[in-house]
Design a protein around this ligand. Structure first.
Ligand code: 5GP
Length: 216
C-alpha cells in the first residue's frame, strides 16, 4: 500500500536534490507538489516545483480546508494540498513530501503509515559550503541559516530514519533502501495474508502428494 515518504533536512541538507534523484530513478514514487507564498526562483516552474500562491489565496485555501498541513518558514507560508497528496497515493505510488519539521509532525498525525526521513549534512564545513554556495549570500543570512540548522538538527531524533548526505548517490541509495524495507512490512501489504494462505495450500498439496507416493 502506498504511503507518504516525508523528507526533511536543515536548509542546505540537500533533501530537494535527493528527492529529485529518487523520483527520477523510481516509478513507484510521485511528488506531492506543495503550495507556497514565496517568490518563484528562476529555475522553478509553477505546478512542478510548487504552486505559487498569493498570501490571500493561500489563506483562502487554508480556510477552505484544502491543506493537510501548512506552516510558516522564513516568513513565508508553505503547505501540502490534500488533493496533491491524495492524487499521488491514489495512483498507487508512494508520495514524496519535501517539507519542514512542523509539517512532518502534522503528516505523521494524520497518516500513521507515513515514513519520516531526516537528512543531515556530513559536517559543519560542508553545510557552510552548501549554504554559502549561492553567490551573494550575505553574512547575516548565512548566520541565520546556520542557527536555524542547529535548531532543526535537534528535531532529527523524532524521525524514523536519519540519513547522512555525504555523497549524493549513496544518500539516494540509502533512502531507496528505506523505502524498499518499509514496503515489505506485513501491515503495508493487505494481500499478503491471502498470498501466504495460497502458498500454504500449495505446500500442503505437495506434502500430501509426497506422502501418498511414499506410502504407495
Ligand atoms: P524552499 O523555500 O527552500 O523551497 O523551502 C523552505 C522550506 O519549506 C524547506 O524546508 C521545505 O522543505 C519546506 N516546505 C516546502 N513545502 C512545504 C510544505 O508543503 N509544508 C511544509 N510544512 N514545509 C514545506
Amino acid at each position: 500500500m502506498p504511503f507518504p515518504l516525508v523528507l526533511s533536512a536543515p536548509s542546505g541538507g540537500g533533501k530537494t536534490t535527493i528527492a529529485r534523484a529518487l523520483l527520477a530513478a523510481r516509478e513507484d514514487l510521485g511528488y506531492s507538489i506543495s503550495a507556497t507564498t514565496r517568490h518563484r526562483r528562476p529555475e522553478e516552474k509553477e505546478g512542478k516545483d510548487y504552486f505559487f500562491l498569493s498570501r490571500d489565496e493561500f489563506r483562502r485555501r487554508v480556510n477552505a480546508g484544502e491543506f493537510v498541513e501548512w506552516a510558516e518558514y522564513g516568513g513565508q507560508l508553505y503547505g501540502t494540498l490534500k488533493s496533491e497528496l491524495e492524487a499521488v497515493l491514489a495512483s498507487g505510488r508512494h508520495a514524496v513530501l519535501d517539507i519542514e519539521i512542523q509539517g512532518a509532525r502534522a503528516v505523521r498525525k494524520l497518516y500513521a503509515e507515513a515514513v519520516l526521513v531526516f537528512i543531515v549534512p556530513p559536517s559543519a564545513d560542508e553545510l557552510m559550503k552548501r549554504l554559502g554556495g549561492s553567490a551573494g549570500t550575505r553574512g547575516a543570512t548565512l548566520r541565520r541559516r546556520l542557527r536555524r540548522a542547529i535548531e532543526e538538527l535537534g528535531e532529527a531524533l523524532e524521525y524514523d530514519y536519519v540519513v547522512v548526505n555525504a555523497e549524493r548517490t549513496e544518500a539516494v541509495a540509502e533512502v531507496a533502501a528505506i523505502l524498499d524495507a518499509e514496503s515489505r512490512r506485513p501491515r503495508r501489504n493487505p494481500e499478503l495474508e491471502n498470498d501466504l494462505a495460497e502458498l500454504g495450500r500449495e505446500i500442503r498439496a505437495l506434502a500430501d502428494s509426497l506422502g501418498q507416493s511414499a506410502e504407495a
